[in-house]
Design a protein around this ligand. Structure first.
Ligand code: DBV
Length: 296
């Protein structure tokens, strides 16, 4: 499904970031020069670095960040993908932090130029908070973009929606006008989403750079507002419910990770499974190893 050749309108993504850019644009005034040269490669935009740079600044300014250990060998991974002229490097960078309230804040940033670009950014609260998960899955494939952003709920009660979806209802209404429903959504995933789930498949880079970026900013700040307000839960019955719900969610994400196929192709099975279970959705492993002790 993934290909290096990119149809319009994503033709600007038709070279990999590691390949040299054509230094000067061929103009109509230089037809002979243009004819002798190989077809100029157009510039590939790095779409998600500005998103992550923005998020990092906000996280640093609004939270008291602590380091979160990324398993050795998983901070950065590169692989040559494709053959001949179409070969290029796909690089995955990982970033992680924690805070007193957020067990894990982590991002996977995949840079494969024309092949694909991904920013997958999730914030996972400690189990003594009933906070939702912050989830952003921003994906650029040769055929277009796939945008998912949500405050993924632990519970589906009116009270919970009032507390954790309502504050962002206005932002949701505003952004969904520019980011219409993307359709074709896995049914079994529905129970993990909130009423303010933004899910869209824009075609144009500009939509990502403008409307998606604005929504990203609002959702990020909205989530951090909720985190700032959150009070720890102490009721043992409630703690058990939070624990079950968090595990169900993260188990689902690990099992159904839509990036698994891509990672398998690029980096092989051993790396992929360890990356998914040992970093991206590591809660169960951390509990098993005793590195994370759920509150009781
Ligand atoms: N998705 C991840 C992680 C990724 C990632 C960790 C690091 O959870 C990337 C990478 N998502 C990724 C890629 C694709 C998708 C698709 C590469 C494209 C897969 C392909 O077409 O080959 C939202 N992401 C999707 C899809 C959904 C989501 C519904 C389409 C899958 C399908 O149609 O079956 N991911 C999903 C989700 C959240 C999320 C609901 C929460 C915000 O992060």
């Amino acid at each position: 499904m993934l290909a290096f050749t990119t149809p319009a309108p994503l033709s600007r993504l038709s070279a990999l970031p590691t390949t040299s850019k054509c230094p000067t644009r061929m103009t109509a005034a230089e037809p002979s020069a243009a004819a002798k040269q190989p077809k100029p490669k157009k510039e590939v935009k790095d779409i998600y670095t500005p998103f992550w740079n923005y998020a990092t600044k906000v996280l640093e300014s609004r939270l008291d960040l602590k380091p979160y250990t990324i398993p050795e060998g998983y901070e950065q991974k590169e692989a040559m993908v494709g053959k001949g002229k179409r070969a290029g490097i796909v690089r995955t960078d990982s970033y992680a932090y924690s805070t007193d309230k957020l067990r894990q804040i982590r991002t996977a940033h995949v840079q494969g130029g024309a092949l694909l670009q991904v920013l997958n950014f999730v914030m996972m609260p400690g189990m003594n908070y009933d906070l939702p998960f912050f989830g952003a899955d921003l994906v650029t494939l040769p055929g277009g973009h796939l945008i998912a952003m949500d405050m993924q709920p632990l519970f589906h009660t009116d009270e919970y929606r009032q507390k954790y979806a309502q504050p962002l209802q206005g932002a949701f209404e505003k952004h969904k006008q520019n980011l219409p429903w993307g359709g074709n959504f896995p049914v079994e995933a529905a129970k993990f989403f909130s009423p303010i789930f933004l899910w869209s498949r824009p075609k144009e880079d500009e939509v990502v750079e403008t409307h998606v970026f604005e929504a990203f900013k609002d959702y990020l700040h909205g989530y951090l507002d909720m985190v700032a307000e959150a009070e720890p839960v102490t009721d043992p019955a409630k703690l058990a419910e939070i624990r079950d719900s968090q595990i169900a969610y993260l188990r689902y994400r690990a099992e159904k990770d839509p990036a698994r196929g891509m990672f398998l192709r690029f980096y092989g099975e051993e790396w992929t499974e360890e990356y998914i279970h040992g970093f991206l959705f590591d809660l169960e492993k951390k509990i098993e190893s005793g590195e994370y002790v759920p509150p009781v």
